[in-house]
Design a protein around this ligand. Sequence first.
Ligand SMILES: Cc1cc2nc3c(=O)[nH]c(=O)nc-3n(C[C@H](O)[C@H](O)[C@H](O)COP(=O)(O)OP(=O)(O)OC[C@H]3O[C@@H](n4cnc5c(N)ncnc54)[C@H](O)[C@@H]3O)c2cc1C
Length: 512
Amino acid sequence: MSGAIQLVWLKRDLRLLDHAPLARAAKRGPVVLLYVHEPSLLTSPEHDPSHLDFVSAGLTELDAAMRARGHRLVVRHGEFPDVLERLQQEIPFEHLWSHEETGNRLTYDRDLRVGRWCKHRQLPWTELPQTGVARPHRSREGWAQRWTARMRAPIVPVPETLPVPAWPAGFDFGHGIDRAALAVPASDKVEAVAGGEAAALATLDSFLQRRGVNYRADMSSPVEGWQGCSRLSPYIAWGHISMRTVYQRQARRFEQLRGRPVSREPVDPRWKASLESFESRLRWHCHFMQKLEDQPSIEYVNMHRGYDGLREEDPGRWSAQQRAHFRAWCEGMTGYPLVDAVMRALHRGGWINFRMRAMVVSFASYHLWLHWRPCAVALARHFLDFEPGIHFSQFQMQAGTTGINSIRIYNPIKQAEDQDPHGTFIRRYVPELADVPIEYLAEPHKMSPMLQREVGCIIGADYPAPVVDHGLAYRTAKAKMFRWRQKTGLREEARQVMRRHGSRKRPPLRRA
Ligand SMILES: Cc1cc2nc3c(=O)[nH]c(=O)nc-3n(C[C@H](O)[C@H](O)[C@H](O)COP(=O)(O)OP(=O)(O)OC[C@H]3O[C@@H](n4cnc5c(N)ncnc54)[C@H](O)[C@@H]3O)c2cc1C
């Protein structure tokens, strides 16, 4: 041990288990564990107060864990590299440690500033991977195999001892959130889950032991998916649990179920398919993030530039009708009950299952013909699990601007009938429709005026009429996409996109 102070910069990794930078730093010398609230991130259009609440819960738990070890967490408020410069004067450190981050332009530029500062100070900065995203990354060939190898690598245990530095007299550890100073109002997401490593591990455990049994069948429904999906995404996105921990615990559970002696209670056969689907999605997480890692511009521009001009990107140039449609979509007032229920559920809790995310993005992109970029920013705020790499890649995929994915236009009426057949979800989040008979719930505007009065829901007054006609909007969008795809030169660029981002062979067999 060198005795020189090691600064561990916490980013999206608020946990003690499987934290390689912390473990490596603790072997070198006394550790200062730092988290920084950055005004530029807190005031960015993608940020929501619920994100701060989630992070704060993680910080509180981490600080308690540090105190139990006779240590403390250090929290600062400011921009990089100024924060580092000031801290260096207070408690000189010799090495900076962190995880690699595949973030948006703001965090990418901030990391460049930190890199320059470290170079200027001649201070080493070690960044270690925490997901399956490869850096540097030269080719997609063999990517899935490398991902699996990384997931199977040993989990880094919580360090037994964390060497404590000699804190200077009067050193400010800087705890508690001052929302006024951070300029972040209180969150209105009353149904958002709480953050923290313990909650992450408990959520994983309940999924693997009980909730996940019918995952494959439940995942598309906003009703069954509520319990049947893992609900791990915010914990993974903010690093309150590592992807490797999730992967290895599900693999262990798979083995356990497979090896259960015949004399014991029989294993529900649905587990196998469910855990296999779950494992694929863990890989997708990193597969999508790799796209942003390899091509950071997809945060702003079409993955396939041949789709530039397909839709108007600048909201300042939108027609009054487009602006009204965007507002109706954001507020859950489109007159399509399932779309509205999903948007309002996001306002309240910040989570919805994959199929419903894809459906509302399809509705915005095709029925309303809105550019993905302003919609992606609006939903990033509402997603408690906002993960830039997945978010922007998925938005582009659902909006049809990658050039390599088939066009999928969801029918919001059919989705309501298939995925919410009893209307439980719609009635919960669109209370105006509480007494609408089930046969009209997907299309309440079809109720007769007399029935509208009877059930206390006048269309156009209590609940909006559909902002567009589904059939017409669907046919128009399909025709526009078809015409656009006939343009010359699109195929060659699509091949390049495929070479750069497309998934290749399947990963090795689970038990290979
Ligand atoms: C337009 C759009 C935007 C999205 N934005 C995000 C985002 O910002 N952050 C985010 O974590 N997910 C995003 N997703 C992917 C997916 O919808 C969520 O990961 C999933 O619904 C989270 O719920 P869960 O944790 O219960 O997932 P589960 O179904 O239990 O899956 C387990 C984990 O696998 C990963 N995963 C699951 N599905 C996908 C997928 N299709 N693509 C990539 N990773 C996946 C997630 O980490 C998830 O936590 C987006 C999907 C769409 C269509």
